[in-house]
Design a protein. Structure first.
Length: 377
């Protein structure tokens, strides 16, 4: 199967256009079809990358018998329905985050994946960034010792974004902050206490009935005596864009709190006589890019500005394709199909990560009361 070639469709050509050339250059992709309701956008992307299979109707794309897989890069409200449609059409499905915004939809997607026998992968960038891949290797070596606490945050101002973002509960789009913590702990969240904070403008309060521009949660984890903290804001909070995570261990702590700055690594010396223990700090200015674990034909796509130097998507302006993650996501999705195995962020994992945020908002709306998070295993 290593030499197999797949036919892939990319749906949604705003952010989705970033992925088209990665698929085109992947050694196991034979062709790429593109789809968007905006005819001008389809034409522009087709002309730029030499794509000949073009659609403005999602349903017609799904009717293509030779299409093996579809990558959805569409608006949040469409994810649940479109993901089920892809799976029910007998095609493998990749989908941008979040998986869905209700627990019922999460259950339905997991059921559709199981019934179809096809792969589902949530394309969560945060667990394929250079920073997280560096931490992942450290965790595998046991470098941190016992994990003691994990913290993540995602701050972004969504003024004048598409209408479905207006007033969105912050934790409904929490996977960028939740995922690296649950991936590091290698477990799922079981219980959450979350508090909403701040005051929302009335016109932003109305669409979802959400009064909070900011939400902060504490989660308990399955099978380990460790808690995680997640903070999320979408409006009315004076902070530049950031996705961050911190891993507090008994021997080492990795702290990345500023999007454009280097992470910090703290090391604590063994116990010895005297008060306290000496702690050293190292600034990690050179995080490995990890092109080495990608096919050579797509390795260059980890770098900033590789697609179009004059018209960069905001994700590149914020850090080189979400800090180099895009080709890793594509490679994992394609490899899982070729190797006939579940992808790392499969339907169950995606549902567990997404449900944490959905339940956090439910807790916030109940004044911080504990909410049990369902398991999708």
């Amino acid at each position: 199967m290593a030499s197999a070639k797949l036919h892939v469709g990319v749906v949604g050509l705003g952010f989705g256009a970033e992925f088209v050339p990665i698929y085109l250059h992947h050694p196991n992709v034979a062709s790429v079809a593109i789809c968007d309701t905006n005819e001008d956008r389809v034409r522009d992307v087709a002309d730029k990358f030499g794509v000949t299979r073009c659609y403005t109707d999602f349903k017609k794309l799904l009717q293509s018998d030779d299409l093996d897989a579809v990558h959805l890069v569409t608006g949040i409200p469409a994810h649940a329905e479109q993901a089920q449609a892809v799976l029910q059409a007998g095609k493998h499905c990749a989908c941008t985050v979040p998986m869905a915004t209700t627990l019922d939809d999460l259950h339905q997607i997991v059921a559709a994946q199981r019934q179809s026998g096809k792969q589902y992968m949530m394309m969560e960038t945060s667990v394929y960034t250079r920073q997280f891949l560096y931490v992942r290797d450290m965790l595998a070596r046991g470098a941190f010792g016992q994990l003691q606490f994990l913290r993540g945050a995602h701050y972004q101002d969504m003024e004048h974004w598409p209408s479905y973002w207006m007033g969105l509960p912050p934790m409904h789009y929490a996977t960028h902050a939740v995922a690296p913590l649950l991936a590091a702990a290698n477990t799922r969240a079981t219980t959450v206490h979350c508090f909403g904070s701040g005051v929302m403008r009335e016109e932003l309060h109305q669409p979802y009935g959400n009064p909070y521009p900011f939400e902060s949660a504490i989660f308990q984890l399955a099978g380990m005596p460790v808690a995680i903290e997640v903070s999320r804001s979408l409006f009315h909070t004076a902070r530049e864009y950031v996705e961050s995570f911190t891993i507090y261990g008994e021997r080492l702590t990795f702290e990345w709190n500023i999007e454009q700055d280097a992470p910090l690594l703290y090391a604590m010396e063994p116990i010895r006589p005297g008060r306290g223990r000496p702690i050293s700090m190292q600034r990690l200015d050179e995080i490995p890019d990890r092109q080495d674990i990608l096919p050579a034909s797509i390795a260059r796509f980890t770098k900033r500005g590789v697609y179009d130097e004059t018209n960069l998507h905001r994700s590149f302006l914020q850090g080189g394709g979400h800090h180099g993650s895009h080709p890793h996501l594509v490679h994992e999705f394609i490899s899982s199909i070729i190797e006939q195995r579940a992808p790392y962020i499969d339907a169950v994992t995606a549902a567990n990560w997404t449900a944490a945020g959905i339940c956090a908002h439910l807790s916030a709306m109940q004044g911080g009361e504990a909410v049990q998070i369902p398991s999708f295993d």
